[in-house]
Ligand binder design. Structure first.
Ligand code: ATP
Ligand code: MG
Length: 417
């Protein structure tokens, strides 16, 4: 992609309501565009990051047998009345359609997925099964906050599993629990700062589990056990001031961002829709359910909170919108020729490149590269060519080095192996 053709531009103006690094850098870097408090559009760079995050999640959820669907965003009121949540869910967006028909804008999809799967699953032979989607969710959050961290419109991966027995749900729940750790590691989070947190579990299990990444902008207060990398959410702390895994009472308070949440639903929703299956002896039994959420847009914001400095973002390799930020400096004929050739060669080798081919000052180009935060910057200038090379600078390192022009493509491939 040629920077000169990118319609979204970086901006020096800090958004007036930017209360966090992600709200500031994602808008200034031209990743997202704010439409209202907690409501953002994705620009080309931001959409690429979001898609990269979603793809990692999709691969790992398919690995644990999730089948991808896309459910309706408009939810008939009847479904929400049936589960008693039409009046009790305070963040529900409600709207009236033709023929005075009432709808909710999907904030979560138990009310849709349960009767949907019920239409296809009848016998123990059809179980277990699991479906997921990655979709925009709507919640009328009283206070949108911290850019992508708490939006009124946001992206969620929601997986729902259906089982013939509690033991089978327990087995699958542990499988998803492990898959989540893999997802967060692939997304670039340091395993040491991704903490599984015990939270209240509702009527069907003692606990649910949240995945918290440690960050000062996080809204959740968690108490961490130093011994087994587990935490307890403060909201339940009253009866839980000991580590639920090892009994340690010396817990440290930290702030975290909840990036994922897994929950044993039991028969809460299958009961409401009278969703049963026929067991091996021909008897009707209630279906047991689990649900598993992750927020790709909240993750995008969290990555910026964790990986940025005063100049901008430092994307992990796995989610960066492009792999190389190629910068040409000056309008010297040789510089143009060599940088154009390198751009072509990199693309031919399957490397994605943001090529800053603008006629701009070096300082401005470098500032943009730091703000946008691709993991690797390559600079071609008369000075670097005199030395027969290209300047190689990794975003999270302070020193640059020279690389022989003819070896640049090979080195970049190796960097991304
Ligand atoms: P929170 O406690 O932060 O309000 P939640 O417990 O209501 O979130 P879930 O309903 O479990 O969240 O949603 C699954 C995931 O969706 C969360 O773990 C989070 O990553 C993401 N998410 C939830 N609400 C928002 C929001 N308002 N903005 C962005 N992402 C969100
Ligand atoms: Mg929560």
């Amino acid at each position: 992609m040629r920077y000169s053709k990118l319609f979204s531009k970086t901006s020096k103006t800090v958004p007036h309501d930017a209360d966090s690094a992600n709200a500031k850098f994602l808008v200034q870097g031209g990743f997202i565009h704010q439409e209202a408090a907690g409501v953002y559009s994705y620009l080309p760079l931001g959409l690429k990051v979001l898609r990269n995050i979603e793809q990692i999640i999709r691969e790992e959820i398919e690995e644990v047998g999730g089948q991808e669907v896309s459910m309706s965003v408009l939810h008939p009121k009847e479904n929400w009345v049936r589960t008693d949540r039409w009046d009790s869910m305070d963040v529900l967006f409600k709207l009236r359609g033709a023929g005075e028909k009432d709808y909710a804008l999907g904030p979560t999809h138990e009310e849709i997925v349960t009767p949907l799967v019920q239409d296809y699953v009848f016998s123990y032979k059809d179980l277990p099964t699991a479906v997921f989607q990655i979709q925009t969710k709507f919640r009328n959050e009283p206070r949108a906050k911290s850019g992508m961290l708490r939006g009124r419109e946001f992206s969620m991966k929601d997986l729902y599993s259906f089982h013939a027995s509690q033991e089978d749900l327990d087995r699958y729940y542990d499988e998803v629990k492990a898959a989540y750790f893999k997802i967060f590691e692939r997304l670039g989070f340091d395993p040491a700062s991704t903490v599984i947190t015990y939270a209240s579990g509702g009527a069907f299990s003692k606990y649910s589990h949240e995945y918290q990444v440690l960050s000062e902008v996080g809204e959740d207060h968690i108490y961490m056990c130093g011994k087994c990398r587990v935490a307890v959410n403060r909201e339940i702390l009253d009866d839980q001031n000991v580590c639920p895994e090892c009994g340690n009472k010396d817990l440290t308070e930290k702030k975290g961002i909840e990036v994922g949440n897994i929950f044993k639903l039991g028969t809460k929703f299958s009961g409401a829709f009278n969703f049963q299956y026929t067991d091996e002896s021909g008897k009707q039994q209630p279906v047991i359910m689990g649900c598993y959420g992750i927020g790709p847009s909240r993750i995008m914001g969290s990555l910026v909170e964790l990986f940025s400095d005063k100049n901008g973002i430092m994307w992990p390799k796995s989610v960066a919108p492009y792999q190389v930020h190629l910068v040409s400096l000056g309008v010297d004929e040789k510089v143009i020729k060599e940088s154009e050739k390198l751009y072509k060669d990199l693309k031919k080798a399957g490397i994605s490149v943001l090529f800053d081919d603008r006629d701009e000052r070096a300082g401005a180009k470098f500032a943009d590269a730091d703000l946008i935060g691709l993991p690797l910057r390559l600079v071609v200038s008369s000075r670097t060519l005199e030395k027969g090379g290209v300047e190689w600078k990794e975003r999270n390192k302070s020193d640059a080095e020279e690389v022989v022009l003819g070896e640049a493509v090979k080195k970049v491939k190796k960097f991304y192996e």
